[in-house]
Design a protein around this ligand. Structure first.
Ligand code: URA
Length: 242
């Protein structure tokens, strides 16, 4: 059986507003429980009591988790500022109000997660939880081996030393890098700190969850098993094999 919760908490969980704002709505008489005005602090049972705001029924939405293969040229934002295409425009008929977990630059492509679960989003993005993100990088010029070695030892970015969990050469100007940092534009700034410009960047995995067969612009719902993978080690070796 569902547990009873305070009506303000219910409205916040349902994504209607903050708990504080819910109190205001209740005071203004705009919230009802089974058709009668709600009282601040009263306990209700979701799914049993019928809660409405301005006459419109409120339901707690299910949590949803989405993996999108973000194409370059699309902004990681819930709102378009200058008429730019956002990742939300790619989600089609997703009814839940999801938001991106962290961000990829406009010109970055690859795996972007979206959810309406703030708790999980926090666990993925906060460096304390150490979720590793794997990127494919192409630079404007070849990075010599001694510079790669320096980068492996650590590079100051924004007053913090960024030490990759992996930095692997894949080709003359191609690399794979695994980081658990959540700083903005960290990959580009890391290479730039050594004088190299990133000309192509793609996120290949978050934890052990890979992009898989998703084509550019395609998305899918994640399963429970996918969610577990996010908190596992990446699919690539954590040590150099060269
Ligand atoms: N690092 C970057 O520089 N850009 C991204 O989009 C993601 C990580």
């Amino acid at each position: 059986m569902s547990k009873d919760i305070k009506i303000q908490k219910f409205l916040a969980m349902a994504g209607v507003c903050s708990r504080r704002r819910a109190e205001e709505l209740i005071r203004q008489g705009r919230v009802t429980v089974d058709g009668r005005p709600a009282r601040i602090g009263e306990r209700i049972v979701p799914g049993i009591h019928r809660i409405a705001v301005d006459g419109k029924e409120v339901k707690i939405r299910d949590k949803v988790y989405i993996a999108l293969n973000k194409p370059a040229g699309v902004v990681t934002s819930t709102k378009s500022q200058f008429g730019e295409k956002t990742v939300m425009d790619l989600l089609g008929d997703v009814k839940e109000r999801v938001f991106p977990v962290g961000r990829l630059d406009k010109d970055t492509e690859g795996l972007l997660l979206l959810t309406n679960d703030g708790e999980l989003a926090h666990r993925i993005t906060h460096p304390r939880f150490g979720v590793k993100k794997t990127y494919f990088v192409k630079t404007d010029r070849e990075v010599p081996e001694e510079i790669l070695e320096k980068m492996r030892r650590g590079t100051p970015v924004d007053g913090k030393t960024v030490v990759p969990d992996l930095l692997q050469r894949l080709g003359r100007k191609k690399y794979r890098i695994i980081l658990h940092e959540g700083m903005k534009r960290v990959v580009k700034r890391l290479f730039l700190a050594h004088g190299f410009r990133v000309v192509h960047l793609k996120r290949e995995a978050v934890g052990n969850l890979r992009l898989g067969h998703l084509k550019r612009g395609e998305w899918r719902y994640l399963t429970r098993r996918d969610l577990e993978k996010i908190f596992q080690e990446p699919p690539y070796p954590s040590r150099e094999r060269e």
